[in-house]
Design a protein around this ligand. Structure first.
Ligand SMILES: C[S@@+](CC[C@H](N)C(=O)[O-])C[C@H]1O[C@@H](n2cnc3c(N)ncnc32)[C@H](O)[C@@H]1O
Length: 277
C-alpha cells in the first residue's frame, strides 16, 4: 500500500467492498483509529504521510476486516444508546435492536435493576447513566466478559452504582429489585451454524446459543426472577423475532396473574417480552 492517506484509502476500499456497504467509511475509521485522528482530519489532509509501522498495521487491519472480522473488534469500540463502549471478542457487539429494551427499561423508572448476561455492560451502564438514582446489578457467567464490563463501568463513571457479579442467570440472588432486564442468548442451537460468518466465527458462542429451542436461559430467568423481584416488579427480556408467541406462553405458565406482552423493535419485529407482575 502507498504511504499517504489518499493512496492507502484508495487501495483499501476495493478490499473491503465485499464485506461492507460502506468501504470508504470503514477504511477511514480503521486508519483514523491507528493514527489517533478522526475521519474529518483524514479527509482534510489526504496528502499526509503514514509512518511505515502504521501503514503495516493498517494493512493488517484491512486484511482482518476483509476476512470478516467485525469492525468494532478491530477498533475496540462500539456505540450503544449514544454512549461509546469498549468491546473485545469476549463480548457480544451491542446491537441497535437492544435499544428497544433500553427504552422500555428507562420508561419503567426503576430504582434498582438486575441485568442478566451483561456482556460488555452496555445495558447496565446505559441504565446507570440515565437513571442517576438507580443501583444496577450486572451478572454474567463469563469472567472475561465481566472484565470488559468493568472497564466500561469505570469509563462512564458509574462504578459506585453498577455491581458486577459472576454467576449463572440469577444465581447470585441480588436485590430485591424493581426490574429484571436481560438480553440473553436466544438463538436456537441448530440455527447458530447459519448465522452470518462475521457473527458465528467471531462473536462468543456463549452470547448467542440459547439451547435447543433458543429459550433455555429465558425459561430459567422466568423461573428464578420471583426470588429477586419486589412485589409488583417487572421483567423485560429481549427475544428473537420468531419467539414472541412461545415466550408469551412460557411467561403465562410461570406468571398466570401477570400482564404479559411482547413489544416490537423499530423494524416492527417481536423483540421484548414484558412481564408486569
Ligand atoms: C446476547 S449477549 C448480551 C450482552 C449484552 N447484555 C448486550 O446486550 O449486548 C448474552 C450474554 O449472556 C451471557 N450468558 C450466557 N449464559 C449465561 C448464564 N447462564 N448466566 C449468565 N450469563 C450468561 C453471555 O456471556 C453474554 O455476555
Amino acid at each position: 500500500m502507498s504511504d499517504d492517506v489518499q493512496h492507502a484509502l484508495h487501495e483499501a476500499i476495493p478490499l473491503l467492498a465485499p464485506v461492507t456497504d460502506i468501504p470508504r467509511v470503514e477504511a477511514e475509521i480503521l486508519l483514523g483509529h491507528l493514527l489517533g485522528v478522526n475521519r474529518a482530519m483524514l479527509i482534510a489532509h489526504p496528502e499526509r504521510t503514514i509512518p511505515p509501522d502504521k501503514l503495516a498495521a493498517f494493512h493488517n487491519l484491512v486484511r482482518q476486516r476483509a476476512e470478516g472480522c467485525p469492525l468494532p473488534y478491530l477498533t475496540g469500540r462500539a456505540e450503544f444508546y449514544g454512549l461509546e463502549f469498549h468491546v473485545t471478542p469476549d463480548v457480544l457487539i451491542p446491537r441497535p435492536e437492544t435499544e428497544t429494551l433500553m427504552d422500555l427499561a428507562l420508561a419503567a423508572r426503576p430504582r434498582s435493576v438486575v441485568d442478566v448476561g451483561t456482556g460488555s455492560g452496555c445495558i447496565a451502564v446505559a441504565l446507570a447513566v440515565h437513571l442517576p438514582q438507580a443501583t444496577v446489578y450486572a451478572i454474567d457467567i463469563s469472567p472475561a466478559a465481566l472484565a470488559v464490563a468493568q472497564e466500561n463501568v469505570e469509563r462512564h463513571g458509574v462504578a459506585d452504582r453498577v455491581i458486577l457479579m459472576v454467576g449463572d442467570v440469577l444465581g447470585p440472588r441480588p436485590g430485591p429489585v424493581d426490574l429484571v432486564v436481560s438480553n440473553p442468548p436466544y438463538i436456537p442451537t441448530g440455527e447458530c451454524g447459519s448465522l452470518p460468518l462475521s457473527v458465528r466465527e467471531y462473536e462468543p458462542c456463549l452470547a448467542l446459543d440459547g439451547g435447543p429451542d433458543g429459550l433455555t436461559i429465558i425459561r430459567r430467568l422466568l423461573a428464578q426472577a420471583p426470588a429477586v423481584l419486589r412485589p409488583g416488579g417487572k421483567l423485560l427480556i429481549e427475544i428473537g423475532a420468531e419467539q414472541g408467541e412461545d415466550a408469551v406462553n412460557l411467561a403465562r405458565t410461570f406468571y398466570p396473574k401477570a400482564t404479559v406482552r411482547v413489544h416490537p423493535d423499530l423494524a416492527g419485529r417481536d423483540r421484548v417480552l414484558e412481564v408486569q407482575t
